[in-house]
Design a protein around this ligand. Sequence first.
Ligand code: FAD
Length: 404
Amino acid sequence: MKKIVVVGGGHAAAQFCASVLESGQAVQMALVTEEGYLPYQRPPLSKTFIKDENPQPAWLRPGSFYADNGIVVHVNTRVTAINPGAHEVTLYSGDRFSYDTLVLATGTRARMLPLLDGDFSNVFTLRNMADAQGLREQIGPAQNVLVFGGGFIGLELAATAAGLGKQVTVLEAADRLLGRSVSSEVSDYLLATHRANGIAIELGCRADRLEVADGIVKGAWVGERFFAADVVVVGIGAEPNVELAQDAGLSCDNGIVVNEFMQTSHPDIYAIGDCTAFPSASLGRRIRLESVQNANDQARCAARSIQGDPVPYTALPWFWSDQGGTRIQIAGVPDTHHERALRGNPADGKFSVLYFDGNRLTCAESVNCPADHLASRRLISGEVPLDRTKALDPTVALKTLDQA
Ligand code: FAD
């Protein structure tokens, strides 16, 4: 029976196991994760997990799923080396597991600001349940929450903390929020909305020194301005976990390089999820994405490839972010070369920014417009030619435009 070892215990790993089982082929599977838990949902960590009274991990699959299907899960176990020639992985304990096919689902790790990279008991990044538990405990009694970084995780956390009545300040080095991820229309809307909800946001702002007492960061200075902190959260992006692959001689370039079937530069090793740099069918270049959709769809793709039924990865990227009462949903990947236009009015609290290449929709950023998001996913995937005037008229439902 074919032996598959999966390294990592996140969204991609769990979906991969489920997709292999769906095919009905007999395989032996082992999942190795350095975390102390079965795979769980990561998105709630910056949202409900911090504010709910008694939060529980949202398991991606119940424990019985692994037990009943003969999937051996090794928690608290880190894979430290791969020997592709011998088809073997080595664990931190020194034990070795052999495989016929290896799947790397190692995800990313949070970046740290050099200024805050010390032994401070009130400084957090937010990547896993252990981070979220520590943060939760300190946010409870805190008054001032200082967030470095106006990206998705920083803003979600800021909105959650503000909802708990905390005095929240976000320091963002760039001149707008989410500058690498969304249009300026969405950035501007979020800036106004978060400020209206009491979050202080400073743009173009880099802290140059800290105030520290007894290993606790009391605040940060930006020139002559001081920003007080009881808790500090650093949300400045993530790095792919590629070292295992790199040390094994696999090709890596801002991610573990895979082809359209999720196969790495070694034929018996696949990689899926946040850790991969993959060829984007729509953009015609290699990209890396960090989203639940991408992790799940790449997992499905790898499962098919490994079972001899390969189909190239062409799934449309989509993403969501909940920031207090605001839901942002993105279909496709924004391309700054494409023309963009507003559908609806930000002043109404709901709108979409549509990107066009000629008469084709290529991306849609929707704010509090779930219907636009769902319709956009179909219009983009179907490459439906659109009448732009109708597409930009918020009184015309987008979903009616593929029925012409
Ligand atoms: P991960 O889920 O990161 O899993 C990787 C796993 O591999 C980890 O458990 C890691 O510890 C383990 N690992 C790494 N190296 C080793 C090793 N050598 N040995 C053993 N185990 C190892 N996406 C959305 O689409 N919408 C959202 O709203 C959203 N919110 C988010 C909020 C937060 C706080 C975070 C952190 C992420 C959020 N994301 C969101 C992103 C989403 O969670 C990721 O895209 C998704 O988790 C990627 O899945 P993955 O399996 O590739 O990696």
